[in-house]
Design a protein around this ligand. Sequence first.
Ligand code: SAM
Length: 230
Amino acid sequence: MITFSYVTLFKSLISFYFEESILKRAIDKNLLGIEFFNPRDYTKNKHNKVDDYQAGGGAGLLMCPQPLFDTLKEIKKISPEAYFVFPAPAGKPFCQKDAKRLANKSHLVFVSGRYEGIDERVIEEFADEVFSIGDYVLTGGELASLVMSDAICRNIDGVLGNKDSLEEESFERDILEAPSFTKPAEFEGLRVPSEFLKGNHAKIANLKIEMAKLKTRYFRPDLYARINTR
Ligand code: SAM
């Protein structure tokens, strides 16, 4: 069982995602537990504020250290094995290898920034890892936390019905998954490659490898260059 804790001012932006499909089943099967912490519940500001102007000037507000320090200290006290993940545009790119690695932790804590972000001292003090989900700026860390949670969750043993599907997926061995097809064999004049219909599994496997390479070269020349220099 792995626990995902979300430190967020907006629980409802995250909780809805666990109400359907695979992640809901992971909770129902006790493979995953989720919990929420709102830094506003920890603020000592008499007006309940959790944000303030930037020291030295600058556009917009930042999340203050005190409410987050107290929230994260509390989590550490309850759960010494808690592993703190901060989504941030400045983080390293989150990738499939990270999703697999983090699926082996027992407790992940995702700390969502809002406004212009989080006072850097919080990140310096608590972050085990800082991840970006892409080169663009989101309004808050909730979506980024969900993206990472979803990718991590499907790598937890028992979450996916068919474990084999993980092994054939994109980014295994730095290559994209081969194009896939279902029934019917022909639809509006468009045919499934004939080799796929003949039942020779060795030939199909070889064809899939070649198609996966072509697809990678077309869509992700950066990945393709990597597989070709090994
Ligand atoms: N001022 C910050 C900057 O320029 O780097 C952007 C802050 S952003 C408006 C607010 C929050 O959204 C961040 O603290 C982070 O939690 C989240 N966020 C925004 N873009 C992200 C991205 N590409 N990857 C991960 N988290 C992101």
